[in-house]
Design a protein around this ligand. Sequence first.
Ligand SMILES: Nc1ncnc2c1ncn2[C@@H]1O[C@H](COP(=O)(O)OP(=O)(O)O)[C@@H](O)[C@H]1O
Ligand SMILES: C[C@@](O)(CCOP(=O)(O)O)CC(=O)O
Ligand SMILES: [Mg+2]
Length: 387
Amino acid sequence: MEVRAKAPGKIILAGEHAVVHGSTAVAASIDLYTYASLQFPPLSDNDDTLKLQLKDLNLEFSWSVGKLKEAFPVDSGCIPLSPTACSPECFRIIAALVKEHNIPEAKIGLAAGVTAFLWLYTCIIGYKPAKVIVTSELPLGSGLGSSASFCVSLSAVFIALSGCVNLDLNKKGWFMFVDSELDLVNKWAFEGERLIHGKPSGIDNTVSTFGNVIKFRSGTLTRIKSSMLLKMLITNTKVGRNTKALVASVSERKLRHPDAMTAVFTSMDSISNKLATILESPAVDELAITEKEVLLEELMEMNQGLLQCMGVSHASIETVIRTTLKYKLSTKLTGAGGGGCVLTLLPTILSKTIVDKVKAELESCGFQCLTAAIGGNGLEICFGGSS
Ligand SMILES: Nc1ncnc2c1ncn2[C@@H]1O[C@H](COP(=O)(O)OP(=O)(O)O)[C@@H](O)[C@H]1O
Ligand SMILES: C[C@@](O)(CCOP(=O)(O)O)CC(=O)O
Ligand SMILES: [Mg+2]
């Protein structure tokens, strides 16, 4: 029996970082996915290993399940239906199991992902031989939520074959979990994100699980019925960065300047709420759409200014902002910043010729432009081989 899952990445339209400190943020899924598949070997195989293949990264990990069992001196106490945080003791054990694999220095960031994998697998499935294959269309560590979609797709395939939810294993094609199952996946994915990010808000795993455009505050999601067809140009500066370090740096700045930073987070909350209201308000004609786009552009600029205040912009991001401004277009970073991806709103009246010119100029600076549909389905799963 094989099960597969696809979980989307995301863009944050407003409120990144501030959302970690209790402000509202608005995010949308994008049609770039992480795919995970899980297969148990036939009993006759006598194979006692748990294998993780990161196919597009050309890396393979395996552990004997007997060794895994031995490594955990005490039962981790996990129950698949009750997601729990990884204790410091379990974290140490898993980190040692990951370290044995000598991940090449250039790819050392993956250790956090492999740690999350081992935690989620042993908690949800236990100590059973299996082969797990992961592939991703998302650039890793670029602000498009690869870590969350990795955790969501893994949690989904583990829960699907854990026996703790009632599923029709003969169901054909891609389908969606019901809300209670999505909730369970989302909670486990959040625990995985904690191992990768340290202090995630939960917005990335939530939008990857549930899809659409969402407003998110302190763990609570509100679906937004957007009346606008948003077109964003996504530019990857290709400057590597790490969400965990950036989130920690904002918390440190907050400790040094609590009043100023609290005011920044409060402003960010207002920006996100206003943005959500604009997206939801009906637009009767083209003029109304243009007026709404102008307001959105202003909010994106204000959002970017506040992210600069938090210290998470970067020279490469500023270059994209300056370049797009020449065409009177507004740009903000998305995700944790420090490099990674930025968003430029493409107004509906903008001609294809201008879009092509902007892209060409950005690409001539060494950046990579991506296009993605916004606000589609969240997590989907599928039993059996490829379809
Ligand atoms: N396909 C994957 N395989 C293994 N680890 C992954 C994968 N996708 C994401 N990760 C983990 O997530 C990290 C990147 O997450 P993060 O810094 O939050 O950036 P983002 O979520 O914006 O891509 C990677 O360094 C790795 O540890
Ligand atoms: C900076 C933050 O708001 C988003 C991080 O997104 P990403 O991992 O950079 O894709 C952190 C969070 O909300 O958990
Ligand atoms: Mg992330």
